[in-house]
Design a protein around this ligand. Structure first.
Ligand SMILES: *[C@@H]1O[C@H](CO)[C@@H](O)[C@H](O)[C@H]1NC(C)=O
Ligand SMILES: *[C@@H]1O[C@H](CO)[C@@H](O)[C@H](O)[C@H]1NC(C)=O
Ligand SMILES: *[C@@H]1O[C@H](CO)[C@@H](O)[C@H](O)[C@H]1NC(C)=O
Ligand SMILES: *[C@@H]1O[C@H](CO)[C@@H](O)[C@H](O)[C@H]1NC(C)=O
Length: 586
């Protein structure tokens, strides 16, 4: 027992000495503040207390924050809290592997009504399912919680019993059912399922709808006859009562006609697209004709058209194309592959029945041209340009060290003598922060670019160890692309035109590896080895990983942050889909 304890103590002392040596070359917080960095205030003053619990069992008196529900996935753990803009998560969670993430943005519910009991033509049910899926995906990507309601929700409304349906116009009858279904839910937004958010995440109307409803009014959109309302529950049920008591109820077609205009608050917007029959007939005639002749096929074509318009809207927002953030480009080519692949797929024109058409809310778009895809540039650092979408893949510090060395023979002395600190973050943030500040001061701006109000809808980051190290074409798993479709709100093409060409080229020159391909193969090998080492429970592997992390505190921090941020978004979506199963329409 005694000898066991004394080896531990000895180990601890050696470790403290090593860490002290490592830390001693960091600039002090005071030096940082004098440089006037606006982020300097986030620098934790004494770093050492953190190390009390960094590796050893000495717990300080502070409490670990309580575990939140569903806050882990694989090796990632997180804690969602307003204190996330802090360089080092462990100073809050008191756990090395638990990252502090920004609080999940609460998603306002968006409801639609779909009656699956009415008679449908062949193939129409499947086409409707595609359209509803597209509707849910588009609203989810814009930060809402879409829910499809049906007649059973309407029947749950106590007002349903007092409702005399026989004498009403069929349109009004359906409208009453829609409103009653909506009125059984909490306050939220009610949207026709042919109405799609067709703008960037920051668009005024979307930001407005995300914030909540006016407590005394029902918000409607000017010129969208009945496609979108936002209100609190009491207002909804009040409107239903008022409408049903109106004497004109026998002749009206919508509830809106039966409720005094003062009930509503009209908003104008260019950010919403309503694919109602009139719009389809006047602007997308071929599709309208198809719907008339064979509703199943026609609605399939409509789903494709809407999907292409959603993608076009994304292309329009990021007209300068994609930037792939790849520090140490020459030595980490393989790492950039997934980002390049995602960029290429997103840039590819979506299949559309009317390829040169524009969305209903933007007649002046520039249609996707398949010969001229969006620009993809590779940068060593994040430039934060508003018309550019950034995609980056972060290596674990150990992986980066081994790639830069070109070998998996990485030792502790090698790390300490031959490698710089926080090399990845330093390069990645150079365009925005310059070359002066140290790694710690770069952590918060970087986290902000990943998960902040502004950055979250303009950048996308992954950790490379969670992606397959393969040729560009196979560098993304299909489940990851599935997930990305909910992030972007449209179906992502699974193939590029270049793929077809490459396959035939490959056949032409089999088995001859160019020097470049050889280099790439070597990188794949190194990444695989690094991935194994990082997962390994072997003592010597853990030791080298720990030293790589301690030497690169900022790089490790952002790597964990990005891993947890991605994992949480997947957990969030799974949770929503689980809850959604309870509704009749889905
Ligand atoms: C942190 O995660 C690594 C794996 O990435 C694991 O080996 C290690 O034990 C974890 N540390 C703590 C304190 O949970
Ligand atoms: C990293 O890239 C540089 C510049 O191209 C090159 O000189 C060096 O050999 C590369 N290192 C490895 C390990 O491939
Ligand atoms: C990027 O630019 C936006 C707007 O110009 C700004 O608010 C944000 O702080 C910038 N982010 C970084 C990391 O520089
Ligand atoms: C956690 O997620 C599961 C589905 O993945 C869900 O059923 C459960 O309600 C969630 N727990 C909480 C507390 O949100």
């Amino acid at each position: 027992m005694i000898s066991h304890r004394s080896t531990r103590l000895f180990g601890a002392v050696v470790f403290i000495v090593i860490l002290f040596l490592i830390l001693s070359s960091s600039p002090s917080p005071a030096a940082l503040q004098s440089k006037g960095s606006s982020y300097a205030k986030y620098v934790p003053k004494p770093k050492l207390p953190k190390f009390d619990n960094f590796r050893f069992g000495f717990r300080p008196a502070a409490h670990k924050p309580a575990e939140q529900p569903n806050s882990s996935s694989g090796e990632s753990k997180w804690y969602s809290d307003w204190k996330w803009m802090n360089p080092f998560s462990s100073s809050i969670t008191l756990e090395e592997n638990r990252s502090v993430l920004p609080p999940l943005r609460s998603r306002r519910p968006v409801y639609t009504y779909y009656d699956s009991t009415t008679t449908k033509q062949d193939g129409e049910v499947e086409a409707d399912r595609q359209l509803l899926l597209a509707w849910r995906r588009a609203w989810f990507a814009q930060g809402f919680r879409p829910v499809v309601l049906g007649p059973s929700e309407a029947m749950n409304n106590p007002l349903y019993k007092t409702f005399h349906r026989d004498t009403l116009e069929p349109e009004l009858h359906t409208d009453f059912l829609k409103w009653m279904a909506w009125g059984t839910m909490n306050s939220g937004i009610f949207v026709d399922w042919m109405c799609f958010p067709m703008a960037h995440y920051d668009d005024n109307i979307l930001a407005y709808l995300r914030r909540g409803s006016d407590p005394t009014h029902i918000t409607r959109l000017e010129g969208f006859d009945g496609a979108l309302f936002s209100a609190e529950r009491a207002q909804i049920n009040k409107a239903i009562k008022v409408a049903s008591q109106n004497e004109a109820v026998q002749k009206a077609k919508t509830i809106q006609e039966l409720v005094p205009e003062e009930t509503f608050l009209a908003e104008r917007t260019k950010g919403m697209a309503h694919y109602n029959l009139a719009t389809i007939k006047s602007r997308y005639r071929d599709v309208a004709v198809q719907i008339e002749e064979a509703p199943g096929e026609g609605k399939h074509a409509l789903a494709k058209l809407i999907n292409a318009h959603l993608q076009l809207t994304f292309h329009g927002t990021f007209s300068s194309g994609f930037e792939i953030i790849q520090p140490y480009l020459e030595n980490t080519t393989a790492f950039a592959n997934p980002a390049l692949r995602l960029g290429a797929l997103l840039a590819e024109c979506a299949e559309s029945p009317l390829p040169s058409s524009c969305p209903p809310n933007n007649g002046w778009c520039s249609p996707c041209k398949s010969g001229r895809p969006m620009k993809i540039t590779q940068n060593t650092g994040y430039t934060n340009e508003s018309a550019t979408f950034a995609i980056g893949v972060l290596p674990h510090p150990y992986t980066l060290i081994s790639l830069l060395k070109g070998s998996s023979d990485v030792t502790v002395p090698y790390i300490r003598r031959e490698t710089g600190r926080d090399s990845w973050l330093l390069e990645a943030t150079k365009p925005t922060l310059g070359g002066e500040v140290d790694g710690t001061a770069r952590v918060v701006p970087f986290k902000d670019a990943v998960a902040g109000e502004y950055g979250a809808s303009r950048t996308l980051w992954f950790t490379g160890e969670d992606l397959p190290a393969k040729d560009v074409k196979d560098s993304l798993s299909s489940s990851l692309i599935d997930d990305m479709e909910w992030h972007f709100g449209f179906l992502i093409p699974r193939k590029t035109q270049a793929d077809e060409k490459e396959t035939s080229d490959e056949k032409a020159k089999q088995n001859v590896l160019t020097p470049e391909q050889e280099k790439l193969q070597k990188e794949f090998g190194l990444i695989d080895e690094a991935r194994t080492l990082l997962k390994s429970k072997k003592k010597e592997h853990k030791a080298i990983r720990d030293v790589a992390e301690a030497w690169n505190l900022a790089d490790s921090e952002v790597w964990r942050f990005v891993r947890a941020y991605r994992a949480r978004s997947v957990v969030e979506r799974n949770e929503w889909q689980e809850k959604e199963k309870g509704y009749s329409g889905s």
